[in-house]
Design a binder for this molecule. Sequence first.
Ligand code: FAD
Length: 399
Amino acid sequence: MNEGVVIIGGGIGGLCAALALERAGLRARVFEGGEGLRAEGGALLMWSNAMRVLGWLGVAEAVSRAGAVVVGGAIRDSQGGLLARGDIGRLGQQLGAPTVCVPRRALLEILAGALAPGSIVFGARCEGVSQVGERAVAIFEGGRQVGGDAVIGADGLRSAVRAAVLGERAPEYVGQTVWVGVARRAGIALEDGVATASVGLGLRFWSVCLGPEQVYWYATLKSPEGQREESAKAEKAALLERFEGWGGPIPALLAATRARDIVRTDSFDRPPAERWSSGRIGLVGDAAHPMTPDIGQGGCQAIESAWHLAWCLRRDPENVERALLAYAWDRWPRASEVAAMSRAVATQGDVDAPLMCQARDAMLRATPEALLEMPLRHVLTLPPTMVPPTEAPWQRGQS
Ligand SMILES: Cc1cc2nc3c(=O)[nH]c(=O)nc-3n(C[C@H](O)[C@H](O)[C@H](O)COP(=O)(O)OP(=O)(O)OC[C@H]3O[C@@H](n4cnc5c(N)ncnc54)[C@H](O)[C@@H]3O)c2cc1C
C-alpha cells in the first residue's frame, strides 16, 4: 500500500477504522461530511466485546473514565416488579473487559483525539466513488477528488458509498420509534451500575446511570414511521403521558430531562448485504451492517469490524481487493447474526397484546439467570476471527 486509506465518515466506525489502521502502521484519513463530530443521541453502551477492542486500540481506559461501568442488568414489568436479573460485571470479568455506558460525544472525542493530528477533514461530503486502476477515488461535493489504496465507506445507515457499491436501496423501518435522553439524577432512587429494562404493552423503557449526576435512558414504542409531535416540549409531554403510572423511577426520569435533550428517531436496519466491497472500495459499521439499537451492539460491531478491516489490510497489503474480501468473509456471519438478534429483540419488544405480554413476563420470571445469560454471553464473546494484538504482526514488531 502506498497512498493509504480514505475513510468516508467520522462516526464510531470511521474513527475506529482509522485508529486501527494507524496502529497497524498504515496511513488513513477520515473525511467527515459534518462540520464537527456528530454526537447527538445521549450515550451508548460499550459492551465487553467492544471494550476489549478499544483496549487493543489503547483507548479503553479513557472511555471507562469518561463513562460509568455497568455491573448488573435487570428486567422489570411496567409496575416495577422484577422479572429477571443478570450479572454483567461477572460476565465482563470472564470476558476480559467491563461494559461501560459512555456519552457519545466523549467516545467520539476520545477516538478522534487518539488519531495523528490532521487525520480528520470536516465538511467533506462524499457524493460518489470510483476505481481507476490501482487507485480508489472518493468524489466530494464541489468536485474535489481524493484517491487512496482503498476507500472505506463508514458513512452510516444511508451510506453514499454503500449505494455506489451495492446500488441504491432504502433501509427497512422495523416498526419502532425510539427516544433517548439524559436526565439529571438529583434525588431519584436508582441502582448504581445497573442497566434496567422495563417492558410494557408495545412500550419499553431502559435506563442506566451515566455517573453520579446523570442517567441515560432510552424508550421504544411500536409505531408507524415518521410520527412526530409538533415541538420538543410536546414530545416530552406525550412521553410523560405514555409512561404515566409506570412504576419505579421512570416518570421522574422523564420529568428530570430537558425537552431539548430528548432525541427521537425511527429504528431501521437492512437485510444482510450480499457483499461489502467492490474492488478497492469497502464498507464498515452501519454502512455495512446496520442493526436496530435494541441490544446496543451497532457501535460495538462497528468497532469489531474496524479492527478486523485493519488487520486484513495489514496482513495482505499488496492485494487490497483480496484483503477486503477476506475481511467481509470473516465479519459477515458475526455481524449478520448480531443484527438478526437485535431485530428479534425489537420484534419481541413490540408485542402489545395483553395476553402475549403476560406470557412474556411469566416466561422471563421463570427462566433461570444462566439461561437468559447465554445469548448475551454469545454476543459479548469476540469471534475467533478477531486477532488480539499479541498475535497481530504489527504488535510483534514485524513490518
Ligand atoms: C437510539 C440508538 C441507540 C443506540 N445505542 C447503542 C448502544 O448502546 N451501543 C452501540 O454499540 N450502538 C448503539 N447504537 C448504534 C450506533 O449508534 C451505530 O451503530 C453507530 O453509530 C454506527 O457507527 P458508524 O460510524 O457506522 O455510523 P454513524 O454513527 O452513522 O456515523 C456515520 C458518519 O458518517 C458521516 N457521513 C454520512 N454521510 C456522509 C457522506 N456522504 N460523506 C461524508 N460523511 C458522511 C456522518 O455525518 C457521521 O458522522 C444506537 C443507535 C441508536 C439509533
